[in-house]
Design a protein around this ligand. Structure first.
Ligand code: CTP
Ligand SMILES: C[C@](O)(CO)[C@H](O)COP(=O)(O)O
Length: 248
């Protein structure tokens, strides 16, 4: 039997860099063209024939928002969504919680590979998922979707004046999805937690710390992370362009 690939969507953050004090709704539940961002993210990843199912990691306070998002997912895809896990105070803790939830399933349902993805990146391209699953199926242990840096990079001091130009050769900006062989990633997260290594902002950094080799594949500019209010406006404009036909 071929073991499956599962998606792990982290959606337990508070969105503090975007939210204004009046707006209590975390960004992953804000509407893009009338549907919660999380619904867009789930449909984008579940469109892949390589992804068997998805588990979402949510904040303990967000049960109602999560259920409303599921209701906005196409029914055939909704059937492939596993019960959610409750996240932690950091992204790293939330990913770990999701991996433990996947690991608690019956042995025959354990995935071979897991694609960790931010709920706050709603526009995931099919071509990126193809590149990632190809790399994992070829034996890759850790695969990162990333964009080569094309801009000239400046370093500036606190006074706002340039102190130099940074060599951009070989630099890539990390995105998600980040794909892994399931057991090695779970083991790496368990070791990091046990050793108090709680500072990793993404899973490939943690995987490198654990000694795994990380392969880069090209991601997509469309898969930007919604971090600021300007990102939200951009996402809303994109969503309006991508509107589903009414018949679906
Ligand atoms: N404790 C956390 C923190 C983040 N995330 C998730 O990780 C992704 C990327 O994180 P980021 O954009 O930094 O989200 P927030 O932490 O919500 O944003 P901010 O730092 O502005 O508060 C998001 O989908 C977010 O929901 C999570 O599941 N658990
Ligand atoms: C994993 C990640 O998306 C990499 O870009 C991550 O969420 C980054 O978090 P950041 O703190 O906003 O860089």
């Amino acid at each position: 039997m071929t073991r499956k690939t599962s998606a792990l969507i982290v959606a337990a953050g508070r969105g503090t860099r975007l939210a204004d004090p009046q707006d209590r709704c975390p960004k992953q539940y804000l509407a893009l063209d009338g549907r919660p961002m999380l619904a867009w993210t789930l449909e984008a990843i579940l469109q892949s024939p390589h992804v068997a199912d998805a588990l979402v990691v949510i904040h303990a306070d967000d049960g109602g928002l999560y259920e409303a998002s599921l209701a906005a997912v196409q029914p055939a895809m909704r059937e492939r969504i596993l019960p959610p896990a409750i996240g932690g105070a950091t992204r790293q803790a939330s990913v770990h919680a999701g991996l433990e939830s996947l690991a608690s399933r019956p042995e025959e349902q354990l995935p071979a590979h897991v694609l960790v993805h931010d709920a706050a990146r709603p526009f995931l391209m099919a071509v990126t998922l193809e590149r990632m699953t190809d790399a994992l199926q070829a034996g890759g242990q850790a695969v990162l979707a990333a964009l080569p840096v094309h801009d000239t990079l400046k370093r500036a001091g606190p006074d706002g004046y340039a102190t130099g130009t940074v060599d951009r050769s070989g630099l890539w900006a990390a995105q998600t999805p980040q794909g892994f062989a399931f057991e090695p990633l779970l083991g790496a997260h368990r070791r990091a937690a046990a050793q108090g290594q709680n500072h990793f902002t993404d899973d490939t950094s943690l995987a490198e710390w654990a000694g795994m080799r990380v392969q880069l594949v090209e991601g997509a500019a469309e898969t930007f992370k919604v971090t600021t209010r300007a990102d939200l406006e951009r996402a809303r404009a994109m969503a309006a362009l991508m509107r589903r036909p009414v018949s679906e």
